[in-house]
Design a protein around this ligand. Structure first.
Ligand code: HEM
Length: 229
């Protein structure tokens, strides 16, 4: 997807492996084992070493993930429902990743209030703006979508900050029971609402990669293994 200088590239990647823990050494050991297992069959395109930043903040300084679905609702949002036509894929998840690179020099040139307007939330105490106060170009305005029945369109975000002293950003990760919500949100960010209101966050960060995957359920994988043996 692209519109003027707002881009969302799409890369051809076959496999995505996510390794999560707060121990960098354990992650490294697991990574090495996985790479050894796959060495003869795959080419490593990219490895992103991400980290938890302060109290769950993105490197812009804003808390990321606050409006994520909570409790059992997470499953409803993120996993393909058993009642759906594709029963074979029940419990799996549509996964999207994008590596965003931030322009933090430009971001830091904004006053705190201007940064808050970009997200539609306050920075330090992470309070959502009132509806009438929220700019139409705020990131949370552009991504908070409703369907025809007024029901919220949701995804489960698990993005993580990454970077070193040369380049920094957010590795965006989302899971969903359908591939559609992510695409609708991205469209709303990049193409806007049809009245010129596009996501102002995209002035300060740019997606450099983007891939779509399906993460099958453990049952699916076990059955596959049993079929083979
Ligand atoms: C560099 C890229 C991004 C950054 C830094 C970022 C950061 C944030 C932050 C700080 C919030 C407010 C707190 C929260 O509810 O989590 C937020 C909300 C949200 N973001 Fe992003 N985000 C990025 C990209 C995306 C993309 C690509 C999507 C989907 C296509 C997305 C979907 C959402 C949604 C659905 C919300 C909740 C909106 C609401 O209901 O208030 N974000 N994001």
């Amino acid at each position: 997807m692209n519109d003027e200088d707002r881009v969302a590239p799409s890369d051809n990647v076959d496999i995505y492996i996510e390794i999560r823990s707060d121990r960098a050494d354990v992650n490294h050991i697991v990574c090495s084992k996985v790479c050894q297992l796959l060495a003869d069959s795959v080419e490593l395109i990219e490895q992103i070493q991400a980290f938890r930043f302060l109290d769950g903040r993105d490197l812009t300084g804003f808390v990321d993930g606050t409006e994520n679905p909570q409790g059992m609702h997470r499953r409803e949002v993120a996993l393909v429902h058993a009642s759906d036509d594709a029963i074979f894929f029940a419990g799996g998840s549509y996964l999207h990743t994008q590596r965003y690179r931030h322009n933090l020099t430009l971001w830091r040139s904004l006053k705190e209030q201007e940064q808050e307007d970009v997200f539609g939330r306050t920075k330090i105490d992470n309070i959502e703006y009132d509806d009438e106060q929220k700019p139409l170009s705020a990131h949370t305005k552009r991504t908070n979508l409703k369907d025809g029945n007024g029901k919220s369109i949701e995804i489960l975000r698990q993005s993580m900050p990454y970077g070193d002293m040369k380049q920094q950003g957010l590795f965006f990760i989302s899971y969903c029971q359908s591939p559609v919500p992510f695409e609708l949100m991205l469209k709303s960010m990049i193409h806007g609402d049809g009245h010129g209101n596009v996501d102002s966050l995209l002035k300060y960060t740019q997606a450099e990669t983007g891939s779509a995957f399906f993460a099958p359920s453990l049952t699916f994988l076990t059955e596959l293994l049993e079929d083979e043996s």
